[in-house]
Design a binder for this molecule. Structure first.
Ligand SMILES: *[C@@H]1O[C@H](CO)[C@@H](O)[C@H](O)[C@H]1NC(C)=O
Ligand SMILES: *[C@@H]1O[C@H](CO)[C@@H](O)[C@H](O)[C@H]1NC(C)=O
Ligand SMILES: *[C@@H]1O[C@H](CO)[C@@H](O)[C@H](O)[C@H]1NC(C)=O
Ligand SMILES: *[C@@H]1O[C@H](CO)[C@@H](O)[C@H](O)[C@H]1NC(C)=O
Ligand SMILES: *[C@@H]1O[C@H](CO)[C@@H](O)[C@H](O)[C@H]1NC(C)=O
Length: 297
């Protein structure tokens, strides 16, 4: 009896090994890694759950459009636009509004480099409720009702007075005689406060300004509706839809039709294999048993 029962028990581990080794590579090949990567949402400080067209941090560059990279520094989301580092205050994906503030004016009015706000007009536009605030550095002119004194700055060892205006006044010599001027958009309401009270400057600058982004949202919606994840092909500079089981272009095929069929097929093949293998393993000892019972009788 002993030599007959031992091959039976040694076949069982082989059976499980075969099943596991058949199934493992199939599971690994199912998900497009870009689909998995682009499903990760961005979160940094108060900015949470941000997807396409933004990328950065744990989202690869193919998950968003160029010009939409977010960085996370000390729990603050930031976006670079031309020479400006902008602090992201809020993102409204439905309305496609990005609310930002100048990082260099977050804690004061005397940055080392005096640069205008320059947004990326290829991707963004100013929202309509803004007004241009101009800060003038080193004018050394007396304040007027439209050019209000703010503070003195010492930049690179040079003492400069800082005044500002929320209106374009062409008759004043200031724009021509000052060392520098810096243009920063502020909300209309903040501009009105600044006309009467320079103490509201910090609040006005930290309040930021809104940018509208111009990306076509319909293609992304169609992609999401087909269970895809929105992305961007940097080679062709065009939208791409990443699908779970197959490469897509602008949408994934409906989940019921072709995207799931290959998996179901593969699955039934595995089941068939299991059935055949199980049958083969089970029948062998069974016929042995019959032989044994026959011979013992
Ligand atoms: C992002 O990646 C970092 C390390 O690379 C990890 O610590 C963090 O948990 C990830 N965040 C998310 C939301 O996946
Ligand atoms: C201060 O010096 C830096 C480095 O030399 C320069 O980039 C910057 O423009 C200077 N700032 C002003 C206001 O002149
Ligand atoms: C502010 O000035 C910039 C540059 O001149 C201009 O492009 C922008 O439209 C202005 N914004 C407003 C609200 O006037
Ligand atoms: C700014 O600097 C000027 C010139 O040095 C000085 O007269 C004025 O008192 C200063 N104002 C403030 C608020 O520091
Ligand atoms: C991106 O576009 C290029 C050029 O059209 C194409 O060859 C490539 O296959 C595309 N990549 C993906 C992931 O579709």
């Amino acid at each position: 009896m002993q030599p007959i029962t031992s091959p039976k028990s040694s076949l069982l581990p082989l059976f499980f090994f075969l099943v596991v080794s058949i199934r493992a590579p199939m599971i690994l090949s199912v998900n497009d890694p870009r689909y998995t990567n682009c499903r990760t949402m961005l979160s940094c400080g108060s900015v949470a759950n941000i997807g396409y067209p933004f990328w950065g941090m744990n989202r690869s560059s193919y998950c968003g459009r160029p010009g939409f990279e977010l960085k996370c520094e000390d729990d603050v989301a930031k976006i670079m636009m031309n020479e400006n580092t902008l602090r992201v205050l809020n993102i409204n994906p439905e309305q496609q509004i990005l609310k930002v503030a100048r990082e260099d004016y977050w804690n004061g009015y005397c940055p080392r480099e005096l640069i205008d706000t320059a947004i990326d007009f290829n991707q963004f536009d100013y929202s309509p409720n803004l007004r241009n605030l101009t800060l003038f550095y080193g004018c050394y002119l007396p304040a007027t009702s439209t050019f209000i004194f703010l503070t003195n700055c010492s930049i690179n060892g040079t003492l400069m007075d800082v005044s500002y205006s929320t209106r374009n006044v062409l008759s004043d010599p200031r724009p021509r005689v000052c060392r520098r001027s810096v243009l920063i958009p502020v909300y209309e309401a903040a501009a009105q406060d600044l006309e009467v009270n320079p103490m509201t400057m910090g609040q006005a600058l930290r309040g930021g300004f809104e940018l509208q982004w111009e990306v076509d949202n319909d293609e992304c919606r169609r992609c999401r509706d087909s269970d895809g994840v929105c992305g961007y092909n940097q080679t062709s500079n065009s939208f791409i839809c990443f699908c779970k089981y197959q490469p897509g272009e602008t949408t994934c095929l409906p989940a019921t039709a072709s995207s799931l069929t290959p998996l179901r097929l593969a699955h039934s093949e595995v089941q068939m294999f299991i059935a055949v293998a199980a049958n083969w393993i089970c029948c062998m000892p069974a016929s042995d048993c019959i032989l044994i019972s026959l011979s013992s009788q």
